[in-house]
Ligand binder design. Structure first.
Ligand code: FE
Length: 348
């Protein structure tokens, strides 16, 4: 009787065991802003090879950062996956991450795709890259008129450009990079030029800008590369027909290279399963995981020596292009200045 009561009690307790209270060697609590079907295989393979079960909380970048702040020291999060360098930078500055030391990660992930290096370790690591490319109407626009970011501000492109909100993290990161390359004064003049070239007020996401070129509402757009790939590979024939009209440029091939952004991960400040968290981060840098992680969203892997073959990326010229090399953490540091410039030039 006493034994069965005890067993019932144990069973009940484990049913109600919060995400946090499970043993160090069995579980990992993941807050993820990535939601792709290939990621399921990725997580399943990790569990199979380590025995560590993954509990996942899905939200977008902003939602995850807000949740971590609200939960504070009580947060059950162990690993955090975000999809933008500006947001990773923000999480780091807000003290939500725990720096980690890992020879595996430092060996695999190039320094330009990492967060701040402190004596305690590195604050985050990037696991896939995406390029911020320029799209153009193949009939109305000459490719050589839009093959640099600088030209987006040139009067020759007046009334042509569609772009999402200037203060969206993807644009904050791009503009932060441009500030790094041109200096603040020229970057602000550039932003002003882009605003005066807009075909319409910024609205919608990246896919909407590409479609607006396809439908003729704009002649030039800016988008992350994976949205382009997604439309090219779409099961909807209308999407593929639309993409026939749209040219893709990896800008600045003759100068500093096309702007890259990343999806990346960090160990949570209050992680209780921190050994598992590091193990998971190291797994994400492995060739197998890199393949799933990058291909699942039509991106490129960050780990040294890992190559993926993706027909859509190849078709748009993404197998061989010059990418910028400035550290993404530096770009994050320009966010506040960029936002002030956007306000001054009236970039919504
Ligand atoms: Fe996105």
């Amino acid at each position: 009787m006493r034994t069965s009561l005890l067993l019932t009690l144990v069973a009940t307790l484990s049913l109600f065991a919060p995400l946090a209270a499970q043993s160090q060697d069995a579980v990992l609590n993941l807050y993820s802003a990535r939601h792709y079907s290939t990621d399921e295989a990725l997580y399943a393979n990790f569990t199979k090879s380590t025995g560590i079960r993954i509990n996942r909380v899905d939200a977008d970048d902003a939602g995850i950062l807000a949740r971590l702040k609200a939960e504070g020291a009580a947060s059950p999060a162990d690993v955090i996956l975000l999809v933008d360098a500006a947001r990773l930078y923000r999480g780091d500055v807000d003290g939500l991450f725990r720096p980690i030391k890992s020879a595996v990660l430092e060996g695999a992930i190039p320094a330009q795709y990492r967060g701040k290096a402190t004596p305690e370790g590195t604050t985050w690591f990037g696991f896939s890259t995406r390029a911020r490319v320029v799209l153009y109407d193949k009939i109305k626009v000459k490719r050589e008129d839009v093959d640099t970011y600088e030209e987006l501000a040139d009067p020759k492109n007046k009334g042509r450009i569609c772009i999402r909100s200037g203060s969206h993290p993807y644009n904050l990161s791009l503009f932060g990079a441009i500030t790094e390359h041109l200096g603040e004064q020229k970057a602000e003049a550039w932003l002003k030029g882009v605003v005066s070239n807009l075909a319409r007020d910024p609205k919608g996401g990246d896919t909407d800008q590409i479609k607006a070129v396809g439908s003729g509402e704009c002649q030039v757009a800016v988008s992350n590369s994976y949205y382009v790939a997604r439309l090219m590979r779409s099961s909807n024939p209308e999407d593929r027909a639309l993409m026939e009209k749209v040219g893709v440029v990896f800008p600045n091939q003759q100068s500093w290279g096309t702007h890259l952004n990343i999806a990346g991960g960090a160990v949570a400040k209050n992680a209780r399963n921190s050994a598992n968290a590091v193990k998971f981060m190291e797994y994400l840098a492995s060739a197998e995981a890199q393949n799933y992680f990058a291909n699942g969203n039509n991106e490129w892997p960050t780990a040294k020596g890992v190559k993926v073959s993706n027909p859509a990326l190849k078709a748009m010229g993404g197998d061989d292009f010059k990418a910028e090399t400035i550290p993404l953490n530096t770009i994050g540091g320009n966010q506040t200045r960029v936002q002030q410039m956007l306000d001054r030039v009236g970039f919504k």
